[in-house]
Design a protein around this ligand. Sequence first.
Ligand code: PMP
Ligand code: GLU
Length: 395
Amino acid sequence: MLSESPTLAMSARAKELKAQGKAVLDFSAGEPDFRPPAAVTAAVTEYLQTRPVHYAPVPGMPALRDAAAAEFARYHGRAITRGEILVSCGAKHSLANLFMVTLSPGDEVVIPAPYWVSYADMVRLGDGVPVIVPTRREDGWRLQPDALAAALTERTRFIILGNPTNPTGAGYPAGLLRQLGEVMARVAPRCWLLVDDIYRRLVYGGFEHVSAFATLADVTDQIVIADGVSKSYSMTGYRIGFLLAPANVVAAASRLQGHVTSGAATPSQIAALAALTDPSCEAAVRDMHAAFTRRREFVLAGLQALPGLDVVAPDGAFYLFCDVSRHLGPGTQFADDIAFATWLLEQKLVGTVPGTAFGAPGHLRLSYAAADESLRDGLQRLGEALAGLPPPRDA
Ligand code: PMP
Ligand code: GLU
């Protein structure tokens, strides 16, 4: 049976408490708090005022597919045609389509943990078998070549890498990516690499995001990319995502999409087209990035100062993944991270997501895609909450 998305469930509960009038500070779901760039809103408004809203072509409006192809060609340094791009209802939909059309029963998909909550359920939906490979805090939560080699089998169809990753923010530098590509080519030469690039523009502290295509020149026909406008353009509710894949995979995913959702919503495609093509959007993206950079530093320092919490500085995305295990277990108030997160939300009105949801018990994920004042108040409330607990266990 599929499980409920835990990130969305925590944020739904936080919203419910807010609707009851409670002053919740919610750091659960990862969704930027900004308005989208002004040109996006202007384009969609003009469209709605002047046109009937009809179905869009199933694989996406030609102009949007071309704009995405041009953006990806520029970024990945290779020619990309319209036929290699599928527009879907968010990158989540792109990924689900991909697994549904490529996996056969029993195909294995390597998923490094901590992982984004939906990967494993999507793989199961496609009759595949998620193979969870733990990563270590000492390795910056990055999948290592020896762990990958041990996980690959004849049945491995995909390796999923989030670059950077949700929930840890870990990014893959070119050298490590190359080593992983070499392992893949050597041990499982028929396997594909799926890179989830949804946070690629949200990287900080000198981390340089590299294109998997440009870095792994020997296996380019085995690379699939998921990308979208939700995070970098603050357009989560528009629901537009892109799959960049060989044309036959895009065609198969498009056939599936044609029976399940039809094309993504027409106004949303107009909005995404403006995001990718209106030159003024770049400045808006840079401003949001600057705000995330500031917030990351502020919240990281704040959390590091709290007793019994341990955080690795993330390369990207907008999450901090905190080890809270010293507040869990014998002699503490909580049995596990779920109990801790539930108490924080229900009693202290601070929304987080327990690490168990990401395959890493003993942790909490906090999203800093929230207003500066909320982050400040949230840190204070968290500090007060911790001060009322028994002292953290020895490390
Ligand atoms: N991948 C990751 C790692 C994410 O965190 C998200 C956010 N929900 C997505 C994909 C999907 O984003 P969306 O469907 O909004 O494009
Ligand atoms: N990706 C975001 C998160 O991890 C949004 C929620 C979701 O789609 O899971 O919080």
